[in-house]
Design a protein. Structure first.
Lengths: 516, 516
C-alpha cells in the first residue's frame, strides 16, 4: 500500500533530489524487506529508465507498480521518448473543432501508454481532470484539458479510452478538483469555499466521466473543502473519500494520495498521523510518505490497537492485487521502436493547430547579424528543452542572432540597450514558485525592453495568461507568436513561422564546433 | 579504413551536432553498404551508449571499432560512468611523489578500459602523450600529463599498462606532439618551427615510450612541421608517417588521423585529396572524413589509376584486422556494475592530492544569508558538471548564498555591486574558442569585482594558468582554492575545504522542491 519515490537514474551519484531519493542500497532493502507496492520515478533518459525498471522489478518481493507523472507523454520526464503538448493545447483546438481535439486526446492516451510500457512504466499518473477555471492557479494551469467541465470531460475520457487497450493503469487527478485554487498545495494547504452545488456542477463531472470510462485510480488533492468536510483535508477525509468517492460516485478502483511530502500535508499533521488517517479515510495507496518505515509502523500500531480494522487493509490489498493483475512487469529489452512516426506527427499537428500568431509576420532578421536572441527561462539548471541543437537556439544563430540565456536569478542583469532583440519567453505555471515566475520585477524588465523599442519579435512558450499580459503592452505591429509547447518541435514550428522559413534551415549548420 | 562520427543517443531527435551526426537511416545504410570500420561516439548516458553500441554492431557488416574521446574516463563524455580528473592533475602529484602519480595513471588506464568495455566502447582515443610546454596552448592544456618529456612518458606508459589487460585499443596522440602550439588545429593549421634536435628531445620521447609499451594506435596531429616536411602537414606526410613513425620508430600498429573535418585539414585541401594523400602517407584509418562515400570513391579512383598501390591498402587492412582480433564487440547486457568503489576512490585521491589552497581558510558564510554564489562557465548549453544537486550549487545554497550562473554571453550583465560574493570559475582550455574563454573583457570584469572587494572567496576549477593570473590580482588574505577537476566530486572537495565542512552537508537539503 506504499509507493516510494526513486531516481530514474541508475547510479547514486546521479541522484538529483537527495532529500527524496534514497541511495540504491537502501531502496533495495526497502523493496525486499518492506514488500513495497511500487515506485514513482523521475529523471533519466528512456534507456536508463528501461534498465532502472528492470533493476527495481528484480529487487522486489511482489512485482511493482512503476508510476510516473507523465501528463505530457513519457518524454516530458524522460529524454528520448515523445514529449506531447500540454493538455490545454487541446482545449484551444476544441473551441474550434471538438471532434479533432478528442481524436488528439485519444492519441495522447495511446502514445503515452505505449511508450510507458516500452520503458517499464505500468502506471500513468495521468490524466489531470481538473477544470482550470482560475487563471491565477499556480499549480494546475496548462496541465488541465480546459476550463469548463464539458471540455475537460470530453477530452480526458478520450485520453483514458486511448490508454485502455494497453496493460497500464490510468489516474484521474486531483480529486475532487484542484482547478480553482491560488495556493500551491506543494507549499501549503488551500481551502476551497465553494458550496456543494457549485462543486457538483464544476469540479465533479470530469471525475464522474472518468470513472464511467473505467479509470483505474483516482488521486486525492491536498485541499480543505469546507462544504464537505470542515475538519479534514480531502486526502484524510472519510466523508469525502469513502462517502463521496466510493459510495456516492461508486468508484471501485485504487484511491491514491497525492505526494504526502507536499507542504499541504506535512504542515497539517505528523507523518505518523497522516499515514493512519489516510488509510482510515479510505485510501488504498500512500504516495511518497516521508519514510515508508514510519508509515508502516504507524499503520501496524493502528491495526494492533483496533483503530484500523483488518478488513479495511484487506479491501485495499484486494484492489491493488486486482490492478496488478491487469498490468505487465517485464518491459522489452530494446527501445529502438520507442517513438512511432505517428507520435511525432500528432505532436506537430496539435502544436500547429493551437499556435497563435499576430503582428507583422514574417520578421526580417537584421542584415548585419546584429540581432540578440534573448531567451528567458525559469531555472537554468532545470530546463530540459534547450540545448545547442534545439531550434530556439540554433535557428536564430543561423540568422545571425547572438544568444543570451537568462533565468530568474540573472534576468535583472540583462542589458537594456540592445536593439533588434528577439525575445523568447519560456513560462508556464511552476509548482513550488508561488507566483509562476512572473513577478512584478520581471514585468518591469519586460516593460523597459518594450518601451525602448528593443524587441523586434516575441515568442511565448507555455502560458496563455502571460501572453494576455503582453497584449496589454505591445504595439499591434510587433510580430508575436504563442505556442503551448516548450519542446524542440514547438520551437521549430514557432521560429519557422516567425521568419517564414520553408526549408529545414538546420540542415546546414554554420558551426565549426563538433563537440571535442 | 574509415571511422565515422555518430551521436551516442538512440534517436534522431536527440542529435546535437546535425552537421556531423547523420540520422539513423543513413548511418545504418553506411554501415551495411560501405562496410565501414568503426564509429566514434559522443553524447548520451552510459545506458544509452550500451544500447547504441549494441544497435550499431547489429547494423555492421564487419564488427565495428567503437571509439570515444575519453581522456578522463568514460564519464567525461557519457553520464553515469566515472569522470576521472584531467591528466595534468597527475603531473602536479608527480612533482611531489612520482610513484604515487604513476599508480594513479595506471588506475586511470584500468578504470577507463573497464568502463569502456561495459558500455560497448572498444577503442580508447587516449592517452594524450603531448608535452604541454606552452601555457598559451588552447587545445591541449590540462589534457596533457605534464610539461616535460620524462613526466609525460612515465605517466602515459603507466596509463597504457593499466589498460593493457583489457580487450580494448589504446591511442597515443597527437603525433609527433601538439603541446607547443598556440593555434587551435580545430580552426587552422599550426606550423611548428622547431629543429629536428628539439623535436627529438621534447616531443618524441613519449611516443617512443608509448610504442615500446605496446600502444595499439597512434593519432596524427594536423600540424606543419617544417623541419621534417616543408610541404605536407603530418596527417598527409609520407616523410613523417612512413619515414619517421613506421621506419625510424618502428611502429607497427594502427595510424589513425585526427578528425579530418578539423579546420587544420579542411583549409588545406579538398576532402577528396585529403583522403588519398593520407592513405598515401601511410595512414590506416581516416577519422571523421566529411563524407565517407566521397572518401571511398576518391581512394578507389586512386587505386584504379595506380596512384595508390593495392599492397598499401592490404597492409592497412591487415593491421586493422589484427587490432579487431584483440577487442570484443559484445558488451554485457547490464550496467549495474559500471562504477567500482575503487574508481570513485581514485578520483577523490587524485583530486585531494592535487588541490591547492590559500588565503584565510576557512571562509565564514555571511550570517544574514546575504551571500551571492556567482558561477562563471564557458557555455551554459554545454555544461555537464552543474545541476540542482551538484555541490557547487547545492552547498552554497544550504549556506544561504543566492545563485547566479553566467556564461560568456551573459557575464557582461553581471551586477558589480554585490558584496559577499563567492566566485566559482569553471575554465579550461576550450577547443574552438581560440582564447580558452579568458578574454581581456572577462579579465576586466574580474578586476572590477576584486577592486571593489566584492569577492569573499574564490574557487578555480580547471586551468592552473588562470589561477596564475588571479594570483597577480588578489590580496594574500582572500581565501582561494584551485582544483583541476570540474566534476561534482571536485566541487565537493573544494567547497568542504573552503568552508571547513566536516559532515555531509548535503544529507539534509533545505529544499521543498521535489521535481514535479
Amino acid at each position: 500500500m506504499i509507493v516510494v519515490r526513486a531516481s530514474g537514474h541508475l547510479f547514486d551519484a546521479q541522484i538529483r533530489y537527495p532529500e527524496w531519493e534514497v541511495p540504491n542500497r537502501q531502496l533495495q532493502q526497502w523493496l525486499q524487506k518492506l514488500n513495497l507496492g511500487g515506485v514513482i520515478l523521475l529523471g533519466g533518459s528512456s534507456a536508463e529508465l528501461l534498465m532502472r525498471s528492470q533493476q527495481l522489478q528484480s529487487w522486489a518481493t511482489t512485482p511493482l507498480l512503476i508510476a510516473a507523472d507523465i501528463e505530457e507523454g513519457v518524454g516530458q520526464r524522460f529524454s528520448g521518448a515523445s514529449w506531447l503538448p500540454p493538455p490545454m493545447a487541446l482545449s484551444a483546438i476544441a473551441a474550434q473543432n471538438p471532434t479533432l481535439a478528442q481524436e488528439y486526446a485519444l492519441k495522447m492516451g495511446e502514445i503515452t501508454a505505449k511508450e510507458a510500457l516500452t520503458v517499464g512504466i505500468n502506471w500513468l499518473l495521468a490524466p489531470v481532470v481538473d477544470v482550470n477555471n482560475n487563471p491565477a492557479n499556480p499549480v494546475i494551469n496548462i496541465r488541465a484539458f480546459g476550463d469548463t467541465p464539458a471540455i475537460v470531460s470530453d477530452l480526458t475520457t478520450a485520453f483514458i479510452k486511448g490508454a485502455k487497450p494497453y496493460p497500464v493503469l490510468t489516474t484521474a487527478k486531483h480529486f475532487p478538483g484542484h482547478g480553482d485554487t491560488t495556493v500551491d498545495s506543494h507549499l501549503d494547504l488551500p481551502t476551497l469555499l465553494h458550496a456543494d452545488e457549485r462543486l457538483t456542477q464544476i469540479e465533479l463531472p470530469s471525475f464522474v466521466a472518468a470513472i464511467s470510462q473505467g479509470v483505474d485510480s483516482v488521486m486525492t488533492a491536498h485541499l480543505l473543502i469546507q462544504a464537505w468536510d470542515r475538519e479534514y483535508p480531502v486526502t484524510l477525509s472519510s466523508a469525502i473519500l469513502t462517502g463521496k468517492l466510493r459510495q456516492q460516485l461508486g468508484f471501485e478502483g485504487i484511491i491514491v494520495t497525492d505526494a504526502l511530502i507536499m507542504g499541504g500535508m506535512t504542515q497539517y499533521a505528523t507523518p505518523e498521523e497522516i499515514a493512519v488517517m489516510a488509510i482510515e479515510a479510505g485510501v488504498d495507496i500512500l504516495l511518497m510518505p516521508r519514510d515508508p518505515v514510519t508509515a508502516i509502523e504507524s499503520i501496524d500500531r493502528a491495526v494492533q490497537s483496533g483503530r484500523i480494522k483488518e478488513t479495511r487493509i484487506d479491501r485495499s490489498l484486494a484492489r491493488i492485487w486486482q490492478a496488478k493483475e491487469k498490468v505487465v512487469f517485464s518491459p522489452p529489452n530494446s527501445l529502438f521502436e520507442l517513438i512511432s512516426p505517428e507520435a511525432t506527427k500528432t505532436t506537430e499537428s496539435i502544436l500547429h493547430n493551437s499556435l497563435q500568431v499576430g503582428g507583422n509576420i514574417p520578421l526580417q532578421p537584421p542584415p548585419d547579424r546584429s540581432g540578440r536572441n534573448l531567451i528567458v527561462i525559469d531555472d537554468i539548471l532545470n530546463c530540459n528543452f534547450l540545448d545547442i541543437h534545439t531550434p530556439a537556439v540554433a535557428i536564430p544563430k543561423k540568422l545571425g542572432y547572438q544568444l543570451q540565456i537568462v533565468d530568474r536569478n540573472t534576468l535583472e542583469g540583462v542589458q537594456l540597450d540592445t536593439r533588434n532583440t528577439l525575445l523568447q519567453v519560456f513560462i508556464r505555471g511552476n509548482p513550488f514558485r508561488g507566483s509562476a515566475g512572473f513577478t512584478p520585477q520581471t514585468q518591469k524588465i519586460y516593460q523597459q525592453l518594450i518601451a525602448t523599442n528593443q524587441i523586434q519579435g516575441l515568442i511565448i512558450y507555455g502560458s496563455p495568461y502571460v501572453l494576455d499580459w503582453f497584449f496589454s503592452q505591445i504595439s499591434s505591429e510587433l510580430p508575436w507568436l504563442f505556442t503551448y509547447g516548450q519542446m524542440p518541435i514547438a520551437q521549430s514550428i514557432a521560429l519557422k513561422t516567425l521568419f517564414n522559413l520553408s526549408t529545414d534551415v538546420l540542415s546546414a549548420s554554420s558551426s565549426q564546433d563538433f563537440g571535442f
